[in-house]
Design a protein around this ligand. Structure first.
Ligand code: ASP
Length: 445
C-alpha cells in the first residue's frame, strides 16, 4: 500500500487542505461559500460518528460484560480503570502547574491587551459563568444521581448521557450473566452481530474522514478568523506565550507519561501504539470532541491494538467522559495564567486547591468542544480568581481545545492498553488500515 493510501495520511492531507482553504477563504472573503457548501460535509461526518456512539457502547459493553464469566472481574477492572484515570489526570495537572510556574506567561501579557480582551468578550463570559454556576450549585451527590437514568430511551437520545448508557449496559450485561446460559446465549449472539454491524458502519464513516476533516478545519478557521485574519495573528501574538506554555505542558505529558505507561507497563511497542491510535488522534484534533471520536478510538484499540472488546467497551466510553488529561492540564495552566495576568498571587495552598479542583472539573467536563473552559470557571472560583478573566483566553481557546482533545483521547487509549494487559486481554496488534473483519485475539494467536 502506498503511503498516501494509508488512512492517517489521507486524514492529514484533508487537514492540511482544510487549513489552507480556511486561510484562503478568510483572506479572499469566501466565508459565505464555505459556510454554505463546505461546512455541511463536516457536520454530516460528525453526525455519523455521533450516531454510532450509543449503539456501539450499548452492544459492545453488554456483550463484554455478559462474557465476563464472573462479576468480580468487572468490579476489579472498574476499580483499576478509575484509579489509573485519576492518577494520570493528577500527573497532568501537576505538569501543567510546573510548566506555568516556571514560564510565568501571565506576567508577559501587556495590560492594554488585557483591557481590550476583557471588553470584547464581556457577554460571552457572562453566559459561560452562568452555565458554570448552575453546575457548581448542584448538590454533592447530583453527579451520582445523574448517572442512573429513569428512562432508557431518554438516556440513549443524547450522547451527553453516555455515562447513563454505560450504567444501563452494565446492568443489562450483569443480568444476562445471571440467567440460564442456554437462554442468554441467543441474546448475546444477537448483540455480538449487532456490534459487528456497528463496527462496519464505523468503517464506512471513516471513508468520509479525509473530507470530513477538510470541511471541519476550513469551517473552524473561517469562524475563528471572521472577516479579518489579521485579528487572529494579533491575538496569537499577544497570547503566544500562554499558548506555548499549554502546548509545552501537553507535550511533556504526552512524551513522558504515555510513553512510560506503554513502554514500561505493557509489552506493546511505542511505535505500534502511536501508529495504531493516529487516526483517532487526528479526528480528535479536527473535531475537538472526545465523544465524537469515541467510535474510532474503540475501533482502533480493538481492531488495531489488539485490546479485547470487553475492555475497550468499558474503559473507553468511561474515559471519554471522565478522563481528560489534556483538559485538566490546560485548566491548571489557564487558572494560574489568569491569576498572574490580573495580578493575583497564588499561595502554595491555592496551587494544591487547583490540583484538586482541576482533577474534579476535568472529570465533570463532557467530551464536546469548548466544555473545558466552562469547567475552568469552577477552578477559578475555588482559588478566588475573577471569572471575567476567561475573557483573556477565549480567543485562542478553540486552537488549544483541538490539542488538548488529542491528549484526552490518547490518555484514554493508553489506559485502555494498560488495563487490557493487566487483565490478560491484550492480543497481537494488527496495523492493517484496510477495513476488515474483526478478529478475536484467540484467532490471532
Ligand atoms: N473538547 C474536549 C474534549 O472533548 C473537552 C474540553 O477540554 O473542552 O475532550
Amino acid at each position: 500500500m502506498r503511503w498516501y493510501q494509508r488512512l492517517h495520511w489521507k486524514i492529514i492531507i484533508g487537514m492540511v487542505a482544510g487549513l489552507f482553504w480556511g486561510v484562503l477563504a478568510a483572506v479572499f472573503g469566501w466565508q459565505e461559500f464555505t459556510f454554505n457548501w463546505i461546512s455541511p460535509w463536516g457536520q454530516i461526518f460528525i453526525n455519523l460518528l455521533k450516531l454510532i456512539a450509543v449503539p456501539l457502547v450499548l452492544t459492545s459493553l453488554i456483550v463484554g460484560v455478559a462474557s465476563l464469566s464472573d462479576i468480580k472481574k468487572l468490579s476489579r477492572m472498574g476499580g483499576r480503570t478509575i484509579g489509573i484515570y485519576l492518577l494520570t489526570t493528577t500527573f497532568a495537572v501537576s505538569i501543567g502547574l510546573g510548566v506555568v510556574n516556571i514560564l510565568n506567561p501571565g506576567k508577559a501579557i501587556p495590560s492594554e491587551l488585557t483591557q481590550k480582551l476583557k471588553k470584547s468578550y464581556e457577554t460571552t463570559v457572562a453566559s459561560k459563568s452562568n452555565k458554570a454556576r448552575q453546575t457548581s450549585e448542584r448538590r454533592p451527590l447530583q453527579p451520582l444521581v445523574e448517572m442512573v437514568p429513569a428512562n432508557i430511551i431518554e438516556s440513549s437520545s443524547n450522547n451527553k448521557n453516555m455515562l447513563q448508557v454505560v450504567v444501563v449496559a452494565i446492568l443489562f450485561g450483569i443480568a444476562l450473566i445471571q440467567i440460564e446460559a442456554g437462554r442468554s446465549k441467543q441474546m448475546v449472539e444477537l448483540l455480538d452481530v449487532a456490534n459487528e454491524v456497528v463496527l462496519k458502519v464505523v468503517d464506512m464513516a471513516m471513508i468520509l474522514a479525509p473530507f470530513g476533516v477538510f470541511s471541519l478545519l476550513a469551517n473552524t478557521i473561517v469562524s475563528v478568523a471572521g472577516d479579518d485574519i489579521s485579528e487572529i495573528s494579533e491575538l496569537v501574538g499577544g497570547l503566544g506565550y500562554y499558548c506555548i506554555t499549554v502546548i509545552l505542558g501537553l507535550l511533556v505529558h504526552s512524551l513522558i507519561v504515555f510513553p512510560f505507561i506503554i513502554k514500561f507497563l505493557t509489552p506493546m511497542k511505542l511505535k505500534t501504539f502511536f501508529k495504531g491510535i493516529a487516526p483517532a488522534q487526528l479526528l480528535a484534533f479536527s473535531t475537538s470532541s472526545s465523544g465524537a471520536t469515541l467510535p474510532v478510538t474503540m475501533e482502533r484499540c480493538e481492531q488495531n491494538l489488539g485490546v479485547e472488546d470487553e475492555v475497550t467497551s468499558f474503559v473507553l466510553p468511561l474515559g471519554s467522559t471522565v478522563n481528560m488529561d489534556g483538559t485538566s492540564l490546560y485548566q491548571a495552566v489557564a487558572a494560574v495564567f489568569i491569576a498572574q495576568a490580573t495580578g493575583i498571587d497564588l499561595s502554595f495552598a491555592d496551587q494544591l486547591t487547583i490540583i484538586f479542583t482541576a482533577v474534579l472539573a476535568s472529570v465533570g467536563t463532557v467530551g464536546v468542544p469548548g466544555a473545558g473552559i466552562i469547567m475552568l470557571l469552577i477552578v477559578l472560583e475555588a482559588v478566588g480568581v475573577p471569572s471575567a478573566g476567561i475573557a483573556l483566553i477565549l480567543g485562542v481557546d478553540r486552537i488549544l481545545d483541538m490539542l488538548r482533545t488529542v491528549v484526552n483521547v490518547t490518555g484514554d487509549a493508553a489506559v485502555c492498553v494498560l488495563v487490557a494487559h493487566q487483565e490478560g486481554q491484550l492480543g497481537k496488534p494488527d496495523l492493517d488500515d484496510e477495513p476488515h473483519m474483526r478478529m478475536k485475539n484467540n484467532e490471532l494467536a
